[in-house]
Design a protein around this ligand. Structure first.
Ligand code: HEM
Length: 405
């Protein structure tokens, strides 16, 4: 039975604290439910794997919020525009614009390009862990899972080191539930990147942003000013916050399952396959940004009216690919776990090869450097970030055997 229950609030701190139990209840009642997100926006939420795939590739569900923006704003609903802070990019475009925007950057994100970054990612991981290894304790979010993906995406794009702390703050606040601070953070990020693009136009530096500027300047028809900035903002946000949460959720899962952590420490060759299990077990993008029905349609037996928003709960879909008792069990040796953590269809994550390499390299170095990793306070509950779309821990306070100099 599908629920039409406007009292279900997805993305609130209470829902986040019990997300897997809440999604299990919803799945038991049906594949799609009318819910409200934390800002009060009404949305049809798909909670099952197969229907999730169908929704993500549905030809009548558009990613472009602009035709619906005025009505949503008038109703005070912002979060479902997800992307209003960084418009003019592939994530909020339908083909053929989507195809054109994606093609311009896809070469930089192939599996081969990601593989070539692995040694540098390991080096960056060692540098971060050098700073905490002698202490015997740390918050791994502050010390590792947050700075590592920021360093990688900034090196790729060509963002100078001294502004990375600001970028981390702006992306974290920008992905929070809507508020004055959240909007201010996205504006700061936009204005910083606009200035950086101007600098790189004057002095090209051979990185991805400089290449995008060349595409824009050499051939005006292919990338407008708005699209250039929108793509830069998207790559910083999508290339950072998500990977922070993949590493964070993987470590939270391993800290809750020390016997699984011990297996990976003993057999680091298992880590790349284990990353797929982490993506299934606790997907870092909890719900996709909304899609909008371009005409009346039926999904999972439910009538969706033209203009209504549909999102897919990817964190729920990963727990729907196995029988209920099995799906809540972490097994780092599971053969080919199925999940929708990177989406599906033409918007399938552009950065998936990079995210996989980054998570595997980061975990490999961390497990080798911090032996006997354990929660600092085993009775403390994980606090989840107050973010509408992403899912990850606020902090990972841990203790471990300190390395002697
Ligand atoms: C664990 C890490 C990551 C996860 C879980 C993730 C997840 C996703 C998902 C679910 C989508 C599809 C959203 C939708 O259909 O509405 C997406 C799209 C996208 N991701 Fe990722 N992502 C990750 C890392 C990255 C990285 C490292 C980059 C690199 C820059 C990146 C860039 C993008 C871009 C550009 C899109 C838009 C693709 C399009 O619209 O065609 N992501 N990602």
């Amino acid at each position: 039975m599908t629920t039409r229950d406007d009292t279900i609030l997805v993305g609130t701190p209470d829902f986040k604290a019990h997300a897997h139990a809440r999604y299990a209840e919803l799945r038991a009642r049906g594949p799609i439910h009318r819910v409200r997100s934390a800002d009060g926006s009404a949305v049809w939420l798909v909670v099952e794997y197969e229907l999730g795939r169908e929704a993500l590739a549905h030809p009548k569900l558009s990613k472009d919020p602009e035709p619906f923006a005025e009505r949503l704003r008038a109703a005070g609903q912002h979060i479902m525009l997800a992307g209003s802070g960084f418009g003019g990019n592939m994530l909020t475009a339908d083909p053929p614009e989507h195809t054109r925007l994606r093609r311009l950057v896809s070469k930089a994100f192939t599996a081969g390009a990601a593989e070539r970054l692995a040694p540098r990612i390991e080096q960056l991981s060692h540098t971060l862990l050098d700073a905490v290894a002698p202490a015997g304790q740390a918050d791994l979010v502050a010390a590792f899972t947050r700075p590592l993906p920021m360093a990688v995406i900034c090196e790729l794009l060509g963002v100078p080191g001294e502004r990375r702390a600001d970028l981390q703050r702006w992306t974290r606040e920008g992905m929070s539930n809507p508020s004055a601070e959240q909007r201010a953070a996205l504006l700061s990020l936009n204005s910083y990147l606009r200035g950086l693009l101007d600098d790189k136009r004057r002095t090209p530096t051979g990185d991805l942003l400089s290449q995008l500027i060349r595409v824009h300047d050499d051939d005006h028809g292919r990338l407008s000013d708005t699209e250039l900035l929108g793509t830069a903002v998207l790559l910083v946000v999508a290339g950072h916050e998500t990977t922070v949460n993949l590493l964070g959720n993987a470590l939270a899962a391993l800290l809750d399952h020390p016997e699984q952590a011990a297996r990976l420490t003993a057999r680091p060759d298992l880590i790349p396959a284990a990353v797929e299990e982490f993506l299934r077990y606790d997907a870092p993008v909890e719900t996709t940004p909304a899609r909008f029905a371009t005409e009346d349609l039926t999904l999972g037996g439910q009538r969706i009216k033209a203009g209504q928003a549909v999102a897919v709960a990817l964190t729920s879909a990963g727990r729907d690919t196995l029988p209920p008792d099995e799906s809540c069990r972490l097994d780092v040796t599971r053969a080919e776990p199925r999940h929708l953590a990177f989406g599906h269809g033409v918007h399938y994550c552009l950065g998936a090869p990079l995210a996989r390499i980054e998570a595997a390299a980061g975990l490999r170095v961390l497990l080798s450097r911090l032996p006997d990793l354990a929660w600092a306070d085993p009775s403390a509950q994980v606090r989840w970030l107050p973010a509408g779309i992403t899912r990850g821990p606020v902090a990972l306070p841990v203790r471990f055997t300190a390395a002697t100099a």
